[in-house]
Ligand binder design. Structure first.
Ligand SMILES: [Zn+2]
Length: 110
């Protein structure tokens, strides 16, 4: 809250106008009113700030869950890749046929 000379002058002007228009001499009350208004405003800002903080905390927790899921998916993907690799048909590196390998290749001169 700022309560400088400018604000005081504003309140004074406001009070003079109030006095002129409604015959109320309320400078002191207006100062108190202004201070109270600002204090409640600050309190509201603190409440909003606390709400934002808890929202941010919730979002961070959600991000962590998503990160964990992403890690699990990556792992599962690797597992499936390896599974696929082991299930894929092996061909002979010498002749390219299936059912044997280079060491047992019946094709002596490909
Ligand atoms: Zn072969």
């Amino acid at each position: 809250m700022s309560f400088g000379k400018e604000i005081f002058e504003d309140i004074e002007t406001f009070s003079k106008l109030e006095c002129k228009l409604f015959g109320v001499f309320g400078l002191n009350n207006n100062i108190i009113r202004y201070i109270e208004y600002n204090q409640s405003h600050i309190k509201k800002l603190q409440i909003d700030n606390d709400e934002y903080k808890s929202q941010i905390k919730e979002l961070q927790e959600e991000i962590n869950i998503i990160k964990e899921k992403h890690r699990e998916c990556k792992e599962r993907n690797e597992e499936l890749k390896n599974e696929l690799k082991s299930k894929s048909v092996k061909t002979c590196s010498k002749c390219g046929k299936i059912g044997h390998n280079k060491a047992t290749c019946p094709n002596k001169n490909p």
